[in-house]
Design a protein around this ligand. Structure first.
Ligand code: PMP
Length: 304
């Protein structure tokens, strides 16, 4: 367990319902809380990049706020606070952070007090941040290995993958345990959906490059409506000359026969995939390198 001085070094003070609490208070969550008992939480992970002037720039914050509000709505949590209160919370969290480095903000809506799995009103807002240097700063694309998992991605007739809730990550966890054959997370699981199409990974969206096409699974392939995926399709694609970006249903054979594979998400940013099961991929694919360099500009991105 992390002790108080380690906590203070690694994390900002937690903000609960607009007020900073010390970490002792923060640990006093009711054991009868539905978030604790049933994982009833929705959340966002938001990156803020630190610039040479000492300013933290949250990346696409308004999109994260919209998504957490939509996740709450879909899971049946009634919000009694406004978008501007969430914005205020994030501003406060950024203001209190003194890491002088890139940070990752975790923002959750859940229930800290006693309740049941069917609690729906008076949720709590909880946020904090920690230092997380961007992997984009090195200028070198990192690569990971992946494997198809036999665990199916949650489908929209079971629990919507569009909801960024704790429970969806149990499905991700099962995929990680499956492909790593135990307690390791060195191999990334690639999920297939209930229709046999490629979905996403445990915490990021997948893209393949095949000839002059850059393809990502369609939004109806049981994927989270990823903010980074949209950013690649809308803001990066126009700069990758000659290549056509597409959203399509793809299967595992399309992935294995592609020239290059990469994943994107707020936490992973962008990572190449060098190997999936028995197949190795080109780490020097031109489109992949161009996309990476375009992606790196995120560090200096200023929200509108
Ligand atoms: N899919 C899953 C399952 C994820 O957990 C994430 C990370 N939030 C993503 C995709 C990428 O989403 P985003 O770009 O919005 O971070």
């Amino acid at each position: 367990m992390i002790n108080d001085s380690e906590f203070n070094k690694k994390f900002s003070l937690p903000l609960v319902n607009g007020e900073f609490v010390n970490n002792k208070t923060f640990k006093q969550v009711s054991v009868l809380s539905p978030s604790f008992q049933y994982g009833l939480t929705v959340f966002e992970g938001i990156r803020a990049y630190y610039d040479s002037k000492g300013i933290y720039k949250p990346f696409l914050l308004n999109k994260h706020i919209k998504r957490i509000i939509n996740s709450s709505k879909l899971i049946g949590i009634k919000l009694d606070f406004s978008i501007s209160e969430i914005e205020e919370d994030i501003k406060k969290i950024i203001k209190i952070s003194n890491f002088s480095n890139d940070i990752y903000i975790k923002y959750m809506i859940g229930f800290l007090d006693s309740g049941s799995w069917f609690s729906f009103s008076n949720p709590d807002r909880i946020g904090f941040c920690y230092e997380l240097p961007s992997t984009l700063r090195s200028g070198k694309l990192e690569f990971l290995s992946a494997s198809f998992t036999s665990i199916q991605r949650i489908s929209s007739d079971v629990l919507s993958p569009k909801i960024k809730c704790g429970a969806n990550y149990i499905n991700s966890r099962m995929g990680v345990l499956d492909v790593n054959k135990g307690f390791s997370n060195s191999i990334i699981p690639i999920f297939i959906d209930n229709n046999g199409f490629i979905s996403e990974t445990s915490g990021a969206c997948l893209f393949i490059i095949k000839g002059m096409d850059v393809i990502t699974p369609s939004l109806t392939s049981s994927v989270l409506e990823s903010i980074t995926r949209s950013y690649v399709l809308e803001k990066i694609a126009p700069y990758i000359e000659g290549y056509s970006f597409k959203e399509k249903f793809i299967d595992r054979w399309d992935v294995l026969s592609s020239d290059a594979v990469f994943i994107v998400g707020t936490n992973v940013e962008i990572k190449g995939i060098n190997k999936i099961d028995h197949v190795e991929f080109n780490k020097n694919n031109k489109a992949l390198i161009d996309i990476f360099h375009q992606f790196r500009k995120i560090i200096d991105y200023k929200d509108d």
